[in-house]
Design a protein around this ligand. Structure first.
Ligand code: ZN
Length: 297
């Protein structure tokens, strides 16, 4: 068994279903590099396993994922040169500099990873509760289906909190719709699981206490389908949206995302690759709470 620090990997129903859990509940499952690398390994292990038909991606604790880990001690240590540095910061552009380094690192660990998980040869079901924020959305969106607890909320706050044009995997217009995407990114507001259901982004909304069991029941239904039919259904939809421009649009928006980082790096003299208080972005700890998007407020 591989040594897993940030991920829990469970085989259910004699391996027919694999449940992968983000296991950093104490940090609201903020995504460190170590977590993302372990998650990729876990996905590829489940993909390779001939018994597996459905992969559930869930999370321990109250929160699915609050996004990328932007500053915990663990995140700082794995980035800084030294004995605690994660190997991934020395490969895939990690030893280059400036925009080149950032672009290559984000391409590999945020963008291409997420796109690879979307194309896994198994059916994937995201099981989400609590906050699904920013890069948390990327992990839910790359799955074929999303099942939510009634307490789940969805938001991409990088516009209002970091001065960025959305997370690296820009599936927002495909998931929220074009105009809702502009509203949510320009305000930083959230939608709840009922609204996500209404948009068609979420397939089921279950009481929080029943989320795990009922997601498993849902996965068992899907696991009954012949694997060839399941895969071709998945690929028929994915190829359709690719022909509609999904993958090209994601490529284009990743470039815009990197342009946005480069702007902040330039105007802050290399201090920060995201917006700072000098440019109207609130201090991290003083940012107002994320408000629900309401039609009358
Ligand atoms: Zn970025």
């Amino acid at each position: 068994m591989p040594d897993r620090k940030y991920i829990k990997y469970e085989e259910l129903d004699n391996g027919l279903i694999v449940r992968i859990l983000l296991n950093r509940a104490e940090t609201r499952n903020a995504q460190t590099r170590g977590l993302l690398v372990e998650l990729n390994d876990a996905f590829l292990e489940a993909e390779a396993d001939e018994r597996v038909r459905v992969i559930i991606l869930g999370a321990a604790g109250t929160t699915f994922s609050s996004g990328h880990d932007l500053g915990s001690a663990a995140a700082r240590e794995e980035k800084a040169p030294g004995p605690g540095q994660h190997r991934s910061f020395t490969i895939h552009g990690g030893r280059r500099s400036g925009t080149e380094r950032r672009m290559l690192q984000e391409w590999h660990y945020y963008f291409e990873n997420t796109r690879r998980w979307r194309s896994l040869r198994k059916i994937t079901v995201a099981q989400v509760q609590g906050a699904v924020y920013a890069a948390g959305l990327m992990l839910a969106w790359c799955c074929d289906l999303i099942v939510a607890a009634d307490d789940a909320t969805f938001a991409d706050v990088v516009g209002t909190r970091l001065g960025m044009c959305g997370v690296e995997y820009f599936a927002h217009p495909w998931e929220f719709g074009p105009r809702k995407t502009k509203e949510l990114l320009l305000t930083g507001d959230s939608i709840d699981s009922d609204e996500a259901y209404r948009l068609g982004m979420v397939s089921k909304v279950f009481p929080r206490s029943e989320l795990e069991e009922r997601t498993l029941q849902f996965a068992r239904r899907i696991a009954k389908l012949p694997t060839m039919a399941a895969l071709l259904i998945k690929d028929s939809v994915n190829q359709t949206v690719d022909i509609m421009g999904f993958s090209n649009a994601l490529n284009a928006c990743f470039s815009l995302h990197e342009l946005n980082h480069a702007h902040w790096a330039e105007v802050t003299g290399g201090e920060a690759a995201v917006g700072t208080p000098a440019f109207g972005i609130p201090e991290r700890r003083e940012a107002p709470p994320i408000a629900p998007a309401r039609k009358d407020i």
